[in-house]
Design a protein around this ligand. Structure first.
Ligand code: ATP
Ligand code: MG
Length: 274
């Protein structure tokens, strides 16, 4: 479990805190989506979770280990993987297979175990044909897949994905998200995904919405959907279907269940009206 107790953090050059008064619990095997407008503090929260930055006020406790104690930081970073949005900032090796092996060598695993995990991780993201490729020759989306594979191979307890699909096409995004959700129970991993895409967040156990450094809402996706297009005020793009439903309601006066997210159930509702 990761616990944040009333955490605030101000960057050294800033006057305003980037995150403030954050209290949050992340349980093992949970899938949490973090949303909110640009600059609302999502990436800062991610850095606090794996001890990359330390709270000025409050405490971040990972499986009983406070990040304020320097002797805990190595173990915290082993347990909490943090994947940045920009894959180029994380790729350090000359070959894809070396890239994935790199993190595993740092964990002190045997060469046999490393080989096994490299092969399995590449297979997970359907990139097994690229093991001898230099990462810089890959497309942005392929690089993101390699970054995800290298973290999955390390088998952290918590994996934070900061906008992991920003360079993937919709098909690639859906594939990788379903892969992550299939792997989650097998690898016993909690996923925290920072995303601007409400559709990606719908499968989460909870959606955390941030604004101006604070958590302003934590709820099941179903509850968030009930906000309809009002969610725009929080910097979140509503689902296309939500906008369509609201237009339909105002044009016809009919009322549709607020958590309708599939076109099929909308069609069914409309058919039952007549
Ligand atoms: N390295 C930094 N130094 C100083 N201020 C920073 C730094 N990184 C972020 N900030 C500030 O902290 C606040 C929160 O930024 P953060 O990157 O956490 O937002 P975010 O929600 O991840 O935004 P985005 O959706 O654009 O990625 C912003 O006001 C930003 O200007
Ligand atoms: Mg960010």
């Amino acid at each position: 479990m990761i616990q944040l107790n009333d955490v605030s953090y101000t960057y050294p050059q800033s006057k305003e805190p980037a995150v403030k008064n954050i209290s949050l619990t992340i349980r093992e095997n949970e899938f949490i989506a973090i949303m909110g407008r640009n600059g609302s503090g999502k990436s800062t929260l991610a850095r606090l979770l794996n001890g990359l930055i330390l709270p000025d006020i409050g405490e971040v406790i990972v499986d009983g280990l406070s990040s304020l104690k320097p002797e805990n930081l190595l173990e915290i970073r082993k347990r909490v993987g943090l994947l940045f949005p920009d894959p180029d900032s994380q790729l350090v090796s000359n070959l894809v297979e070396e890239e994935i092996a790199f993190g595993l060598e740092n964990l002190g695993l045997s060469p046999v175990e490393i080989r096994k995990r490299v092969d399995a991780a590449l297979k997970m993201v359907s990139m097994e044909d690229y093991e001898k490729y230099p990462p810089y020759l890959l497309s942005g989306g392929q690089k993101q897949k390699i970054c995800i594979a290298s973290f999955l191979a390390m088998q952290p307890t918590y994996l934070i994905l900061d906008e992991p699909f920003s360079m993937l096409d919709p098909g690639g995004r859906n594939d990788l998200l379903s892969l992550l959700l299939t792997m989650q129970p097998k690898l016993n991993i909690a996923l925290l995904m920072i995303t601007h895409n409400l559709e990606d967040a719908l499968q989460a156990d909870q959606i955390v919405i941030m604004d101006k450094g604070e958590i302003i809402n934590i709820a099941h996706p179903r509850e968030i959907l009930k906000m309809g297009t009002k969610i725009t005020a929080l910097g979140i793009e509503p689902l296309e279907l939500n906008s369509f439903i609201e237009q339909l309601e105002s044009a016809t006066g009919i009322s549709i269940a607020p958590d309708t997210i599939e076109i099929e159930s909308l069609v069914e509702t409309i058919c039952h009206l007549s």
